[in-house]
Design a protein around this ligand. Structure first.
Ligand code: FAD
Ligand code: SIN
Length: 542
């Protein structure tokens, strides 16, 4: 006997609803509150406030270290992006780098300084100069803590932790050719009650971060399931660049410590990559820049060595630096490794490449404007064209910060004006839902999909493998869609539905790109096309 379950919740109305509590969501709100102190805001986040990619950022935030460095920062970004960066986005964002650092200093972020109190800059791969501002190796946590402290003083922001956005509510002006498509609200699952609420708003901001959980090995926390991309695509927005999922070269390889990144800043301070058996610095066979070649090159070199030699990992070696230096420069990594029995000053660290950053996303300009009126996308979930085919290290915190401040100004125009609703917004309808799906069946799809994506649509791709993967993804998608409409909605089910859609979009984009460029490597199309363009997919409003 199956019981019908009602998940229908309440109705909330705000001037703006922001989904995501990483750097992008938090900075947007802090700016907006300054501009509109009497407006009402909701901050929705599916875990606790600090659960975001931002919190785990280690290396730091890239910004020109002097006015004269802006042109070099731009040129390094363009060369990492391998011919696909949008120059106007690159200039608009990177020129605001120094201003972004001043903004964070004002928010109370204590960037590292030398004995003379000058700000210290680190170096990372692909950068021709030291321009990574950092707080030890916990830059992201320091930024989030400072922004949250500031946010806690604001009365007009209502915070909803453990709430997961499910779907955007949009409307299209009836019977009007070329009518505008507009976002008017969002359905939100409250985890503790299982109720699904309607949040209506004049402005909706997607600051939902990346999708590392699409792959088996990732540096990302569990919240990174590409929800923003999936929601926007389902609402009819365009997405782009999704074949360029970036793999970080050095995730710790350890049986019990998962998702632990060993920052690129170690290589910036001179760490070597070595083969475990012979100790060879194998990067000499791949790039003149050795360990400081761009991330796509280093990650692929490691993958290639592991595949051809049947190894499970390679070694990162910084034992030639003093213990005192390492403890001061990388305190969190040093202590974490020590707790696992590895002394960074004496032991080589086993590392593997892992999915790290979603290079594509929801098509938007540098102000976060998307195809859908009143809908803004900012930070990692957005695709501005800054990163091209491969993101330059530490450019993403900067992009999140600059875009969110731009977006607050750009969305001001809608904050006070309610959309004219052509039909009232419907409450969540769960009249056909039955509560009979086993959680283990959802988990099995998660495991299967992530393994398949790593194998067929990971760091090295072929036409045949991508076609196989498309079939697998579409089969899973059909089953998962059926579950979504028939059974009680849970956060796991929402995330699974989203990762399977994002996986499909990655595979379709990878199939469309018959060349090797940046983070997208096709064994069957090794050369670069002369007239390469951005890959754009348009969603179908559902
Ligand atoms: P996030 O910080 O990922 O925030 C997304 C938020 O959205 C989260 O709060 C999440 O819970 C919420 N969310 C998602 N879906 C939903 C939903 N459906 N409903 C409600 N809430 C939702 N970049 C750098 O520039 N420098 C670095 O040193 C650096 N180091 C990194 C180290 C690690 C380990 C990782 C994983 C990434 C690193 N990056 C770094 C990348 C960078 O951290 C991210 O690109 C950036 O922080 C993204 O910020 P964001 O605000 O767009 O998203
Ligand atoms: C790192 O510290 O290696 C991550 C930097 C980044 O992803 O930009």
């Amino acid at each position: 006997m199956q019981n019908t379950i009602s998940q229908q919740g309440r109705y909330f109305a705000f001037d703006a609803v922001v989904i995501g509590s990483g750097i992008a969501g938090l900075c947007y709100l802090l700016e907006m509150v300054k501009l509109k102190p009497n407006a009402t805001f909701a901050l929705i986040t599916k875990g606790k406030l600090h659960q975001s990619n931002t919190h785990y950022a280690q290396g730091g935030i890239a910004a020109a270290n002097a006015p004269s460095d802006i042109k070099d920062h731009i040129s390094d970004t363009l060369s990492a992006g391998d011919g696909l960066c949008k120059l106007d986005a690159v200039s608009a964002i990177l020129e605001k780098g120094p201003d972004a650092i001043q903004y964070l200093l004002k928010q109370g972020v204590l960037f590292d300084r030398d004995a003379n109190k000058h700000l210290l800059c680190g170096k990372e791969a692909g950068h021709s100069d030291r321009r990574i501002f950092h707080v030890g190796d916990k830059t992201g946590a320091a930024i989030v803590d400072a922004l949250l402290k500031e946010l806690s003083t604001k009365q007009n922001i209502s915070i909803f932790e453990d709430h997961t956005a499910i779907n955007l509510i949009t409307q299209i002006e009836p019977h009007q050719p070329g009518a505008s498509h507009e976002a008017v609200g969002v359905y939100i699952l409250e985890e503790s009650t299982g109720l699904i609420h309607v949040f209506s708003a004049n402005v909706i901001v997607l600051a939902t971060g990346g999708a590392g959980k699409v792959y088996r090995y990732t540096t990302n926390p569990n919240v990174a399931t590409g929800d923003g991309v999936a929601m926007a695509y389902r609402a009819g927005a365009r997405v782009g660049g999704l074949e360029f999922y970036q793999f970080h070269p050095t995730l710790l390889y350890h049986p019990s410590k998962h998702n632990f990144l060993i920052s690129e800043a170690l290589r910036g301070e001179g760490a070597y990559l070595r083969l475990p058996e012979t100790g060879e610095r194998f990067m000499q066979r791949y790039s003149d820049n050795m360990e400081l070649a761009t991330r796509d090159v280093v990650a692929r070199a490691i993958f290639c060595e592991m595949e051809t030699r049947g190894m499970e990992y390679v070694h990162l070696d910084i034992t030639h630096k003093s213990k005192a230096f390492l403890q001061k420069r990388f305190p969190m990594i040093f202590d974490t490794l020590l707790s696992l029995g590895l002394d960074l000053s004496r032991d080589k660290v086993p590392v593997v490449p892992a999915a790290h950053y979603m290079g594509g996303g929801i098509l938007s300009d540098v102000n976060g404007k998307t195809d859908i009126k009143r809908l803004y996308a900012i930070g990692e979930t957005a695709f501005t064209g800054l990163h091209g085919a491969n993101r330059l290290a530490s450019n993403s915190l900067l992009e999140g910060l600059v875009m969110s401040r731009n977006a607050s100004n750009a969305s001001l125009v809608f904050i006070d004006s309610k959309p004219d609703l052509y039909k009232p917004i419907k409450a969540w309808d769960s009249t056909t839902v039955v509560d009979s799906r086993r959680a283990s069946q959802i988990n099995e799809h998660w495991r299967g999909l992530r393994g398949e994506m790593s194998c067929y649509a990971g760091m090295v791709r072929t036409e045949a493998g991508l076609h196989d993967q498309l079939k697998l993804v579409l089969t899973r998608k059909e089953i998962i869609e059926e579950c979504y409409w028939k059974y009680t909605i849970t956060r796991d089910l929402i995330e699974l539905r989203n990762i399977v859609l994002v996986a499909e979009l990655i595979v379709r984009s990878a199939l469309n790109r018959r060349e090797s460029r940046g983070g997208h490597y096709r064994e069957d199309y090794l050369v670069k096309l002369e007239d390469s363009e951005h890959s754009i997919l348009r969603g179908e409003a559902q």
